[in-house]
Design a protein around this ligand. Sequence first.
Ligand code: KG4
Ligand code: ZN
Length: 336
Amino acid sequence: MRLLAIETSCDDTGVALMDRGRVVAQALSSQVDVHALFGGVVPELAARKHLEALYPLTVKVLEEGGVTLASLDCIGVTVKPGLVPSLLVGLSFAKALAFGKGLPLVGVDHLEAHVFSIFLERRVGFPFVALVVSGGHTSLFLVKDYGDMALVGQTRDDAAGEAFDKVAKLLNLGYPGGPIIDRMAREGDPNAINFPRPMLGKGWDFSFSGLKTAVVQYVREHGDKLKDSWHLADVVASFQQAVVDVLVEKTVDAARRLDVSRIVVAGGVAANSALRKTMEARAGEEGMEVHFPPLVLCMDNAAMVAFVAAYRFAWGEQHSLDLDVSSRATYPRVKL
Ligand code: KG4
Ligand code: ZN
């Protein structure tokens, strides 16, 4: 089975070609430079950039894979959750290809794609608990099988990556904030400032807007000290550790309560070195195994969309040209 997958849920344009379960070609176009001017993703601009990138990326991937559109068996495309203008560009492009060549279309959930991104590198046994942490999402799932995901908890306000980006913006560090803070934090003391650990011990939902406000408050009160780069490193290291502690404790606790011994962490924030270190240490103490996808699969990409589209197509799933996008996605909820 040969399929082409398209990912445009946020600000990265991704196209991937999968042949008999293997990704044989893929291309990614980042819009970071465009959105860096605004300190965050501008949906209208993101959609325009997807429109410019999709055609050349698709041609490149097909050429690299040495195949033609007519030889494909299906087109997979992300349809939810995400920025509606961005999703619409990807879906419209996918529909045009499907209609033009009479190919079946398979709509994919972006969070399911993140959860299963690890499977492109290794197979993880079921069941597992999956933490999807990115600029747009912070969701914890119980995953019992392919496509069988139930929501354990999710953020009630900002996503973890969004908190990194907003704090970096506040401190004039640049965009996207996550990798910059990750790097700076290595020079700082994560215990220097005792920022709050929001919602810890209070169920499995997350909230990061209060933590961001605590950093704002700290900066207001200690603005002068921040001119000292050592102190700035302490601030970002302490903020990062607060985010990491909440993510790790809730994930490990949910796994323990659900009697699950495997954890998967995915999404852009899974690249964070403190999160990797702390999660591995805590899970090790609990006798749990942790799986992080390689960095290229943590960020948005179409290979993970291809993986989900492939098993869903193999199940006989396909969608008509009436398929629509959605900014949100719902999942059955696990009661703990
Ligand atoms: O998954 P992704 O590429 O796109 C979304 O779906 O959002 O994730 C991007 C997010 C951004 O918020 C970025 O700041 C964050 O992931 N990020 C990180 C790191 N690398 C990327 N956050 C913390 N530490 C990192 N090393
Ligand atoms: Zn994502």
